[in-house]
Design a protein around this ligand. Sequence first.
Ligand SMILES: Nc1ncnc2c1ncn2[C@@H]1O[C@H](COP(=O)(O)OP(=O)(O)O)[C@@H](O)[C@H]1O
Ligand SMILES: [Mg+2]
Length: 455
Amino acid sequence: MPDRIASIWTRWGGDPRKLGTLIRADDHVRFTYDAQAGDLPGLSLAHPVGALIRSGQTLEWRSDILQPLPPMLQALVPPRHEANLQRRILKKILADRGKPASGPEAEWEMLLLSGRGGIGHLDIFADDTEARNHYAGRRAPAATPTIDDPMWRLVKDAIDGGGPGQAERGIEELAALVGPRPTALGMMPKMLMRIRPPGRNEAVDAVVKFETGDYAGVLALEALCHDIHKEAGFDTPRIWLTEAGTLRLLIVERMDRTSQGTPLPFETVFSILHAASAGKIDLPTTDAQTGLPSFETVANMLVASRLSAFRDPRGDAERIYRRIVMALLTGNGDLHLENLAFLGTRPDARLSPVYDPAPMRAFPQHDMVSAIRFGDMRTDTSALVGDFGDRVLALAGAFNLRRDSARKAIRESLDATETYLSRVDALDIPDGRKRQLEGAVGGIRHRLERIAGHS
Ligand SMILES: Nc1ncnc2c1ncn2[C@@H]1O[C@H](COP(=O)(O)OP(=O)(O)O)[C@@H](O)[C@H]1O
Ligand SMILES: [Mg+2]
């Protein structure tokens, strides 16, 4: 197969500028920064762009079936599950255009089809002419659906379609109606769109998450956990939990746009660690065999490495430690490295506000203490070791926190989650989810109370 070329641009700072050239060969992808791009934020926070340009370096990533694209570009195509809503829509559009809709070629085609306007500051084009045309506004304006838009019924059909062929018809009609759109990571069905939240006059740029029958209650639980994190002092985006017909939606305002609508770099911790470790960290959740990545690896990135990317690495280390404790206490075993991200540019990037705090342990198939391992123990189970509390306390050391600060963080998290289970109980969600969370949270709470000297 001949090499394929794409052009990467960014609208960061206001005016569209070219960042560099991406080349895809059979077994690798390589990228060269444009000579004029020295002042722009790079593909990763781990890239010192000016120095890479001066040394004439080309970056290269091995590509295989599991990892066709490097993480910061893979984040611009839909997650690689056949059931993924965004992937099904793009596959339909590709198939209609006679392009490959599965296999490694499809990843590349999807990147060219929808890789702009996505999360963060990177826009991907087939060539510079396409980029200039796009920015000159020759594209159709994005629709701003209201809550009674017919689109929602199609989404409902596509994700939950009961009758024969109903789901496929939903996808076909949606593909025709919405066209190729930018996409976002994650397992839950969602779309990126501009939307006017209920009771408001202005539209916001949002990640809109949809609830499927299999995950009944998940969005109400996620919204509650947003509230609890906010009350505990974390920065959180504005959210609206609402319904459109029978479809339940969680509208989450995008944090990767300025108030003028220009993009801010937004990079997951997985992508940063992948770039900083030259590909050694190659999964966003812990691999049972290698035990990598762990929360200690994340701590190291902030505390011990010399990445020179972060404005307040010590403050962010403490914030991540507190996020971990809150996740443990709310039954969120899903705080993996695509659910933590940094916003902004070198050397001033900062931990992003909270997103996806959904307490996934409410669902038996996700009932594990933590998708990321720590404290030299297995956490991909619901069982707790006897000295679990001590290991949570010891983890604080990796994040550069003294024991008294760690105890304080744990005590404050215990306070912030004191009424959590009764608030879960008050939600209109299936009883099974409530019982499941009680089981997940009780033992952890008890052990953390013991080590925090909580009264
Ligand atoms: N408010 C937001 N602003 C910018 N990006 C976001 C926001 N919320 C989520 N994202 C991005 O979208 C991805 C998917 O959202 P998430 O809520 O994690 O969905 P899921 O529950 O499917 O994992 C995240 O990994 C992140 O990259
Ligand atoms: Mg997520």
